[in-house]
Ligand binder design. Structure first.
Ligand SMILES: [Zn+2]
Length: 330
């Protein structure tokens, strides 16, 4: 967690609105340093709560004819993204969430969009363009129509991503080049719970190496556990020979704690399955959770617009002690 604190402080330094270099008309006096953006608003006015929860939504296939509860149609997927934009969510990646790099406008809420299994319906790159009928194509379109809705996501792949071959590797590079996160889902979609520690480490390391080979210079930063099943010990999913992650994603079935909360566990970050209001276990799906997060005051992470401080209503005692220096209760 000390690393997280360092990242937070670094992020703060880079976003402080000071003139980067003195012009001939400026003096060296600190009093001459000029803010280039307005100060963030009063945290209470925007209902800031940076100890609130963050939905990490889980998608698999985006297909016209769903065959299981893990599939969503392109129309339902687009409607869910539009709902997120309308409700002032801003997409961030798993790595950004886990390291507390949440530099978002005041009053907005982080959401992580995750895609598992490297299904061909996730992305297809044609020339330099993403095919519009893929999940990432729809996300790009919604982002174009909703300024401030950042087009990013975390995409978890196995061997042969997006149908495999050079087309799949090109899609991985497109994702990284365009600010998306590519994460590991193990090479062979391995059940790490029934693997020996050596087998689990090998399955994770091989998936990691596949991504590094496809995207030279890129270092995967997170793992989505196949079937949501953890290895023994659980820490092996986070760190092993050949990989070192910031976060490990589970499958169900509730929002993630704030990365600044004592409860945040990088080895077990929960997700919410994207789902309409009906069907099996719909009460744990995204429609039900987004309804609840919208209805219950104070539950959701709401940004104060200032990455250097952690604002939350006074009386909340769930802050991780490593972040005490940035605490800004109000
Ligand atoms: Zn999977």
């Amino acid at each position: 967690m000390l690393i997280l604190a360092a990242v937070l402080v670094t992020a703060g330094c880079t976003t402080r609105s000071v003139a980067p270099e003195a012009s001939p008309h400026e003096t060296d006096s600190p009093s001459e340093i000029v803010r280039t953006s307005p100060p963030p608003p009063d945290p209470e006015e925007v209902g800031a709560n940076e100890l609130g929860v963050v939905p990490v939504l889980m998608y698999h296939r985006i297909v016209p004819e769903p065959e299981s509860v893990y599939d969503r149609t392109p129309e339902d997927f687009r409607a869910e993204l539009q709902r997120l934009a309308d409700e002032n969510y801003v997409p961030v990646t798993t790595a950004e969430l886990a390291t507390g790099r949440l530099d978002l406008p005041a009053g907005t809420h982080p959401v992580v969009l995750t895609f598992d299994d490297g299904d061909p319906s996730t992305i297809r790159v044609e020339g330099d363009e993403v095919a519009p009928n893929t999940a990432i194509g729809v996300l790009l379109d919604v982002a174009r129509e909703n300024p401030g809705f950042r087009p990013t996501a975390s995409v978890y792949v196995n061997e042969e991503p997006f149908g495999g071959g050079e087309a799949g590797r090109r899609a991985l590079r497109w994702l990284v080049d365009n600010g998306f996160e590519v994460g590991n889902h193990t090479f062979g979609h391995t059940d790490l719970g029934s693997s020996t520690p050596d087998e689990a480490e090998e399955a994770i390391a091989r998936g990691d190496a596949m991504i590094r080979d496809a995207v030279p210079g890129y270092e995967p930063a997170s793992l989505a556990l196949p079937f949501g099943i953890r290895p023994t010990p659980g820490s092996l999913a986070l760190r092993g020979e050949g990989y070192d992650y910031r976060a490990v994603l589970l499958v169900g079935a509730n929002p993630a704690p704030s990365p600044f909360a004592a409860e945040f566990d990088p080895t077990a970050v929960p997700r919410i399955r994207s789902q309409g209001p009906d069907g099996p276990e719909a009460e744990f799906g995204s429609t039900a959770w987004l309804d609840r997060l919208a209805a219950e005051d104070g539950l959701l992470y709401t940004s104060d617009g200032d990455p250097t401080r952690i604002s939350y209503p006074r009386g909340d005692d769930t802050l991780h002690p490593d972040f005490a220096d940035a605490a800004a209760p109000y």
